[in-house]
Structures are given as C-alpha cells and as structure tokens.
Design a protein around this ligand. Structure first.
Ligand code: SF4
Ligand code: SF4
Length: 135
C-alpha cells in the first residue's frame, strides 16, 4: 500500500466533475480531500490524499490527467515566519495529528508536512500570526 498527496488543479469546465468518486469506483483507491477550493465554472484546486496499491495510484493519476486536471505532488502549504515565532508551543497543543512539535534539544518548532491535514488550527492559535496556510 502506498499513500500520496496530490495537488490538483481543475480547469473551469471540469470543476464539478466527481473525480474522487471515480478514483474509488474505477481504481479501488481511498481518496481523502484535505482542502478544496472549487466553484462551478471557475478554475479549482484540491489537495487530495490517495491511498492504495502503487500501480492503482499511478493509473488513477493518469486518469485525472486524461480528464484535463493538472496533477503535481503536494508541496508544503504551511509557512512559518521564524522572525515572528517566539516558540511558545501554543500551535503544537492544538495540532491533533502531531504535525507541529517542539524539538527538546534545539527548542525549535518542527513541522512534519506529511502529517499535516491543513486544518488551520495552528493558524488560529498562533498569537503572533507566525503561521500562514498558502493553499
Ligand atoms: S503558536 Fe506561533 S509563536 Fe507560538 S510556537 Fe507556534 S508559530 Fe511560534
Ligand atoms: S494545519 Fe492543522 S494539522 Fe497542519 S500543522 Fe496546523 S494544526 Fe497541525
């Protein structure tokens, strides 16, 4: 089993296409929408986590591209302004998946982008507005 995170861009004509349904039905994959900005008739964007056999994931990606979507590996969409951050740890307390942690030795904030589910809890919790979500 493999798990990948994909950044999908939908052209306006495809914005309402139920691609996640097809990933389940036609490729037996398990998609998990982490974030989406989709409006009918406009270009849309979706951050999608997909789990399944590697070969099926590759076939699913090929299907998405055939449908006119642009597919790229998801990059880190959380940005930390280190000049603003005072390493208070408040954001780590609200980060349920444990994507943010304080390193005991260096006393630095460590971000694990693979664990992040882009919930924005850290953005809201930070009193210094040091965290931004770029998606
Ligand atoms: S809550 Fe803000 S200031 Fe505190 S550690 Fe997190 S990012 Fe830094
Ligand atoms: S967006 Fe959510 S999961 Fe990601 S680092 Fe912030 S609190 Fe954690």
């Amino acid at each position: 089993m493999a798990r990948v995170r994909l950044d999908l861009t939908f052209p306006p004509r495809q914005a309402t296409k139920p691609v996640t349904y097809h990933l389940v039905k036609d490729f037996d994959l398990t998609p998990n929408i982490l974030r989406a900005q989709i409006q009918p008739g406009q270009q849309g964007r979706m951050l999608l986590e997909v789990s399944g056999p590697r070969e099926a994931i590759d076939e699913g990606i090929a299907f998405l591209e055939d449908e006119g979507l642009t597919v790229s590996p998801a990059a880190s969409d959380i940005e930390l302004d280190e000049e603003r951050c005072v390493v208070c740890g408040l954001c780590t307390a609200v980060c349920r998946p444990g994507a943010l942690a304080l390193d005991a030795e260096s006393a630095a904030l460590v971000f694990d982008k693979d664990a992040c589910v882009y919930c924005e809890a850290c953005v809201v919790a930070c009193p210094r507005r040091a965290v931004t979500l770029r998606f």
